[in-house]
Design a binder for this molecule. Structure first.
Ligand code: B12
Length: 248
């Protein structure tokens, strides 16, 4: 996925509370006129095995590609005469830094929202038409004045509350974003525990979300299969098999 947002959009908050000014692209890189956001999908059948080494490796692979694509794209734009820089897809040293302060210097999901790639779900991440929340984002700050994409007006979240009910850390509530912010400490603490066993991140809140055309592709229209004992025994056995190997 790819979308573009003019930096002016950060200065016109689409909802409150909005991100403080020091987190805006034009504050971090004053030459920035536009932000280009790319999104890469997380394959649903791999995510379904989470927490597992399979999802962990997919997560790392997508992260590496995001950083490489945004780095290369920013260099291409720079070579064309438009000073540009990539922003790392996450922006923290390790999970211990998140336990101290679970905030990064720039928010890609807000950038993706402003670049028209999706709408926020009750799970507090951005939902997209193609992949639901199963997409990770990376951004480029560029001095090029590029035409912006329209912000999505449609609300994709069905408010089924599966993410709230199934979060193993009880970190979500039923309120929409940004009223019902994730309990970041609870989520980060759960992630730190999984990390000790070599199987972070968690990803349950993006796995169980019914939104996304990827569900059709993979034949997973029924999102109730993630509740144990609800008629998905062959899949359950496969997930448990994967979860049993390569971890502490
Ligand atoms: C820190 C972090 C975490 C932390 C904290 C989670 C959180 N909700 O912020 C932990 C470890 C818990 C976490 C978990 C997950 N994460 Co995470 N995470 C990040 C990271 C690195 C930074 C997020 C951030 O700091 N945002 C900035 C602040 C400004 O956002 P905010 O807290 O929502 O701020 C609002 C309010 O607090 C308010 N506000 C009011 N006053 C103030 C004052 C201050 C000082 C601030 C800052 C804000 C504020 O204003 C803001 C706007 O409404 C981003 C990568 C990135 N750099 O963007 C990924 C990211 C958000 N994570 C992502 C994902 C997928 C996950 C997980 C599903 C795990 C996984 N990978 O499988 C879970 C989902 C948790 C959930 N449901 O919320 C993706 C989301 C993709 C998407 N589709 O939207 C991102 C964008 C990574 C990426 N490159 O794609 N994550």
């Amino acid at each position: 996925m790819l979308g573009v947002a003019s930096v002016d959009r950060w200065a016109n908050p689409p909802f409150e509370p909005w991100i403080p000014e020091e987190f805006w692209p034009q504050s971090i890189y004053p030459e920035a006129k536009s932000v280009v956001v790319i999104g890469l999908p997380i394959s649903l059948p791999v995510l379904e095995t989470s927490p597992s080494i399979w999802y962990r490796e997919l997560y790392r692979t997508v992260n590496i590609l995001l950083d490489q694509y945004t780095y290369r794209l920013s260099n291409l734009l720079s070579e064309k005469g438009y000073p540009s820089v990539f922003v790392p897809r996450d922006g923290y040293a390790d999970v211990k830094t998140l336990l101290k302060n679970p905030v990064a210097f720039f928010s890609h999901r807000h950038a993706a929202y402003l670049a028209g790639l999706g709408s926020f779900g009750v799970n507090n991440v951005l939902l997209t038409t193609k992949f639901g929340p199963r997409v990770r984002f990376g951004s480029i700050f560029t001095a090029a004045e590029l035409p912006s994409d329209p912000v999505m007006k449609e609300e994709l979240c069905t408010r089924c509350m599966r993410c709230v009910r199934m979060c193993p850390a009880h970190a979500l509530d039923e309120r929409d974003y940004p009223e019902g912010l994730t309990d970041k400490s609870a989520c980060a603490a759960h992630s730190a525990e999984l990390n000790r066993r070599g199987i972070s991140p968690c990803g349950v809140c993006i796995k169980v979300c019914p939104v996304g055309e990827d569900r059709e592709l993979y034949g997973r229209m029924d999102a109730s299969i993630y509740a144990k004992g609800e008629g998905a025994s062959a899949l359950q056995r496969a997930w448990e098999h994967v979860q049993s190997y390569g971890v502490l």
